[in-house]
Every structure is written in C-alpha cells, then in structure tokens.
Design a binder for this molecule. Sequence first.
Ligand SMILES: C[S@@+](CC[C@H](N)C(=O)[O-])C[C@H]1O[C@@H](n2cnc3c(N)ncnc32)[C@H](O)[C@@H]1O
Length: 340
Amino acid sequence: QPLDKIENLFKWVRDLGGEIHLEVKNNRHGVRGAFATKSFAENDVIAAIPSATIMNTGSFNESFAVPTLTVLRELKDPHSRFKPYVDMWPKPDELVNSCNMDLKYAPMWKSAYWEKNMRDWDLHLRALLAGELDADLEYTIKEMVGNAEVTLDDLKYACAISSTRYVSSLRRRRLLMAPIFDLANHWRNCSSSLSAYETGDFLYFMAGENINAGDEVCYSYGSLRDDYAVAHYGFLPDLEDPPRLALVDTPDYNPNKPYSHDEPPSEEPFDGTPAELRAEMERLQLIYNEIKATPDVLPPTPKGQDYVYDLLKALEERRLNALAYEIRRIAGLLNVKAEL
Ligand SMILES: C[S@@+](CC[C@H](N)C(=O)[O-])C[C@H]1O[C@@H](n2cnc3c(N)ncnc32)[C@H](O)[C@@H]1O
C-alpha cells in the first residue's frame, strides 16, 4: 500500500476544496492507515471530501459489474481525472479478497459456502470478460473502456479495489469511493462516521468521540465476522474476547441469505431449552469435527512466506477456537462434558 503517492492525493483533494486533518503512515500491524494531526471532539470534522474527488460506482441495485467497470475505466485511462486517487490504490499484489484470490486456495476455506463464493467470483468475472453477460449488464466492457485491452487479471483487480473501498451513502443510495475517508481501517466498535451526503457537495468524515492527535482514526465496516472480513476485505479483524463464531458457523446462518449489514447475526450468546442447547452443541460439534477432518490441500508453508496461506490458516484456527469456546460454554450450561 504505497505511501509515496499520498502527498499528491492530499494536494489534489485540497486544491478541489477539501479539508484534511490527517497524516498517512503504517500502523503497528504494518497496515497503511490515517492518523489524526490534531485532537477532535465528538462530531468534529476529520476530513471534508469534495464531490469532485468522489468516484460514483453505482447504485445499491446494480450488478457487481458496475463498480468493477467504473474502477477499470479509470485504471485504463492515462488521463483519468482521478489519477491522484488511482495512484494511491494498493497495487494488484498488495490486496486480496475473493475477487482476486488464486483458486488454489479455495479448499482452504474449509467451508462449502465460502469455497463456492470464491469460485463464483471467478466464474462471474470470466463471463464478464467473455461478453456472456453483456445482454443483461448495465454497461459492457467496451462501453466503459472502448477497445482497450482487458485481461481477467484486470477485472479481478478492479473488482477487488472497488469492493474493498466503496461505501454506501444512505441519502443518495449510491456506492461511493471517497478518497481520504477510504484510508480509515476497520475497528468494529469505532464510532466515527461518514455524513449522509445531504447536500451533495461534500462528504464529511466525522469524529464519533474524542480523538487525540496522533491516534489512528477508524471506521466500522460493519459487524464483520472473521470469515466475512477475509472474503470481503482480505484481513482478519482484531481477535475478540470472548471469541466470535465465523458467519457460516452462527446459529442464524442461512446460505441463501448469508449476510446483510442491516441484519447481522446476533451478538447474544445462544440460549434456549435444554433440548435446543443440546441441538446447538451437536451442530457446532459437527462443524468442528468436519473442519478437523478436512485435509489441507496445500503443503505446509512456513509463516510469513505466503500472505493468503497464513490468512486462511489463521482463519481456520480462529474458527476452531471460537467453536470450541462455544461448545464448552453450552456444555457448561447443560452440565455435561464437552466432546472435543
Ligand atoms: C478502505 S481500505 C482502508 C485503508 C487501507 N489500509 C489502505 O491503505 O488503502 C480497506 C482495506 O484496508 C485493510 N484493512 C482495513 N482494516 C483493517 C484492519 N483492521 N486490519 C488489517 N487490515 C485492514 C484491508 O486490506 C482492507 O481491504
């Protein structure tokens, strides 16, 4: 995640009327982030982002092709008016999510839902490239980028950039990519927020509480269970205590409606009659045993050599720990021994 392009980005945003009280550097995890250059009280403006710098990447109802092709268009245009923004995006080898993850990792999810989700992204993007979706698309590739040469890797990259960086603006019901704001990393309980875009001239990034000069500013991307964060954003959020079940392991999980920001799975510990508790414990045990029994498809790789391998192994360990915690907790309520 390049730091050398930030000065140019800030200049561009300020020249277009923006206000920024941030500096950008790597945080203690080595992840690029935004840090307060002064202290803020609740509701103070951390940054005012002018609409002339905002990339409008589609409506809530449009297909994945719209944000992907909107980003692709700017990537392919050497004279893009968003050039200072495009230049600071992570490069193809600096970001990963299900749009661009190598398929060799698919079985490492050890979850039928996530493995299919990853393979589906590959199929959708291949179909987009082959023109098979053209008749149903809002925009075709050629309508967006003309005759510029486009590869599958280009589409995967554009898909990964858009889906890790857009935010929904409630008032206008659009997916927007807002420079500066999109340097804020996720922290689930973060109270800073983005204004609703009521007037359409600026988006305001507002402090949700007192922030000291030098603190990293954050934004909550949503309730983000670990597996969802890896698939959608390519990182594991801070480990929580007590551990939280992965999305696909929660009692509310429904593969046909796996996640909605408006209705995330309950954060309340599961409770019920003894029969319900027993059924839930057995359900969790089945998942636990299935993960344990699923062999690794890739040879063991020493830590630090392969980001995606490490990420998916860490996710597996987190799932197992969270399942074991929950099985023990329910066994305690039932006064029985947990079978792990
Ligand atoms: C909107 S960007 C945030 C800024 C990003 N770090 C950058 O420099 O461009 C989202 C991406 O930041 C990273 N990220 C966000 N929150 C994170 C966190 N809590 N821990 C690690 N990486 C995080 C992930 O790579 C994610 O896909």
